[in-house]
Design a protein around this ligand. Structure first.
Ligand SMILES: Cc1cc2nc3c(=O)[nH]c(=O)nc-3n(C[C@H](O)[C@H](O)[C@H](O)COP(=O)(O)O)c2cc1C
Length: 224
């Protein structure tokens, strides 16, 4: 069994998975553990759609079709991050991007190759399990904070089963396609997805090491 610290620090975003299946019991166990996440006034605003087998392939096909054939129709209508990226966030984002594309041998300006790699998001990076997360569209921002805790719990609980994950905002850009494909009720908003499976340890892309700021970059201890 991993210690809590080991489970947290061994979590990475994995972007190439082995095809080995993950049992429904294991997925259910991870979600049950994750649902112990705290939420303000315990409202538990999360809803998860778990996709495997033909259901995964079918959703993947619908989104990839939209991605390749009607990109203009699915411009991202949400502000995922800052409207205009600024420092220090810009430098961090650039670094992870160039480190990732460096591993893939993609150079600056190679837009087709970049787009091709981006499309792998919509195959859940070949993971056998995909998750789509929805939230009632009128939830306030504190509920989005609850949601983050829940998704992080999934990532950590997965480590307890020797599994890896990749949380994916990419799916949110195609929320309309997914909402239609899964026949979701109008009040449910698709906001992101997650890949779950066993890491393909031979894949270059999984060699990515991401940096973190040292404590004095983001912590202020007040003691007098
Ligand atoms: C909310 C959220 C959305 C993300 N969306 C994507 C995504 O769409 N595609 C992707 O490849 N990685 C995505 N990531 C992974 C981040 O790039 C990754 O967490 C970050 O670079 C730090 O690396 P690490 O997770 O390996 O520690 C996302 C992560 C989070 C938390």
């Amino acid at each position: 069994m991993l210690s809590v610290d080991e489970a947290i620090t061994s979590r990475r975003s994995v972007r190439a998975f082995k095809s080995d299946p993950v049992s429904r019991e294991t997925v259910a166990h991870i979600l049950e553990v994750a649902s112990r996440a705290p939420s303000g006034t315990n409202i538990q605003p999360w809803r998860v759609h778990v996709l495997t087998g033909d259901a995964l392939t079918s959703l993947s096909g619908a989104v990839l079709d939209a991605f390749w054939n009607e990109p203009q129709a699915h411009q991202n209508d949400r502000q995922h991050y800052l409207e205009k990226m600024r420092e220090p966030y810009l430098a961090r984002r650039r670094k992870v991007g160039w480190d990732l594309y460096g591993l893939l041998g993609i150079k600056k300006g190679e837009h087709e190759k970049t787009r091709d790699f981006h499309s792998r998001n919509f195959k859940f990076f070949n993971a056998p399990v995909g998750m789509i997360f929805t939230i009632d569209h009128d939830m306030g921002w504190m509920s989005w904070l609850d949601y983050g805790m829940f998704i992080q719990n999934i990532c950590i609980a997965a480590r307890g089963q020797d599994l890896h994950t990749c949380p994916q905002a990419a799916w949110g850009g195609y929320h309309d396609v997914i909402e239609k494909h899964l026949g979701l009720p109008a009040e449910q908003l698709v906001h992101c997805g997650l890949s779950l499976g066993y890491e393909d340890t031979t894949a270059e892309v999984n060699k990515l090491e991401t940096a973190r700021e040292p404590l004095d970059g983001f912590v202020t201890f007040h003691d007098r």
